[in-house]
Design a protein around this ligand. Sequence first.
Ligand code: SAH
Ligand code: SF4
Ligand code: F3S
Length: 453
Amino acid sequence: MAGNASDKQPQGRYYIETWGCQMNVHDSEKLAGSLHAEGYTKAESAEDADVILLNTCSIREKAAEKMFSDLGRIRAIKNRRPELLIGVCGCVAQQEGEAIFRRAPYVDFVMGPRSTGSLPETVRRLRGETVRKRTVDTEYRRDSIEFPFDRIRREGPHSAKAFVTIIEGCNHRCTYCIVPTTRGREVYRPMDQVLAEVRSLAERGTYEIEFLGQTVNAYRDPEGNTLAELLHAASEVEGIRRLRFTTSHPAQMTDAIMDAMAACRPIVCPYLHLPVQSGSTEVLKAMRRGYTRERYLEKIEALRARIPQITFGTDIIVGFPTETEEDFQQTLSLLREVEYDSCYSFAYSPRPGTASLELVDNVPQEEKAERLARLQALQKSIQERRQRRWIGREVEVLVEGPSKTNAERWTGRTPENRVVIFDGETAPGRLERLEIVESTPFSLRGRQVTPVS
Ligand code: SAH
Ligand code: SF4
Ligand code: F3S
């Protein structure tokens, strides 16, 4: 959906490249909105842009390196058009700061995720200068959470679904993780502001909202409202039909939140991403996750007791320093026990400034790759079995757009977050009733029944 049209003079075109998590995707919607408010419009490609922003991710080394190789490509454009403005934003910007200029001296500014609000000022200044003064803005602003929501420019194919930030930053100190450095400490958005945004989205036809935060269930606003109160209040907003939230930390999954999820059914969707990272209590301790295997499984049970149809997703790190074959076996057994519907798995990647660097990275690279492959094979077989159970059932799907693998088909998601591919007459943003006729480990095939909207 378009943000407010700008009444400023046309300034040129921008192009934003985005890596990383949903938070980054949504930050790009804020960056785009800030540039629109300044009079810029979106360019079709980097080649046509006057301003290029790279919104970067540094969660694993590969992600960060990818940014530098992409910068090389953008440099070629700048060689042809020296007036092009290049900004590095996001988590690599925060982590590397000045160092980015040493590797890529043609970059004009570096701006961390908590400085998004200062983009208009930075761009205005740099474009006005005949000799550009490069800048680094990596301040952890507490007011970053107060970004004016009417300025957000949601770039998705339809306006039916929207991300809404409720908390920024992370107060945990998982020993492998760079996020507390790149995003700073937690700040929370007052619930009345969150609800004002939800209402405004609902008035514009949005009916699925996903609340965002690195530890979204740690939300507590200055009035003492938690995610439980927010779920209750948001599910009462007229027009809202689906609510989701991501990412939840298992240690902060309180009874009150679980009760609210159950009480707000069916608006709160019966799917929860609850990253476990490892099935071994020893490894969880070394990761400083703040829960044991047993405690995590209790949370899963407590959620299933309240919401029998709930399904789960998770993240796993394999090959964390000190992880033995036995520890790894415990992760495999946890996957069998929980039966996740989706699992993002990664080989441990040492990150600058994190506590795990002090541990000996004693799992050889090949062993990490091998464990990852074994884990993924197991998860695939679990998903295959679980997905098959949907065949013959009728589901409601929010249509997202053309399928990535076949543009003549549509793709959408069920409340349980299952991807369904189907043919027929529809449009992005519509809700369709489908009968599931086929399954693969990663998606379902559906056939239209009767449209519900
Ligand atoms: N806030 C979320 C995680 C955000 S990062 C949470 O607490 O669960 C997304 C995922 O990246 C993590 O869940 C973890 O599985 C993975 N990850 C983070 N740091 C990593 C590292 N150094 N090496 C490998 N994977 C990592
Ligand atoms: Fe990283 Fe842990 Fe915070 Fe998640 S909870 S963002 S894994 S430090
Ligand atoms: Fe990456 Fe930063 Fe998100 S490191 S995963 S973009 S918080």
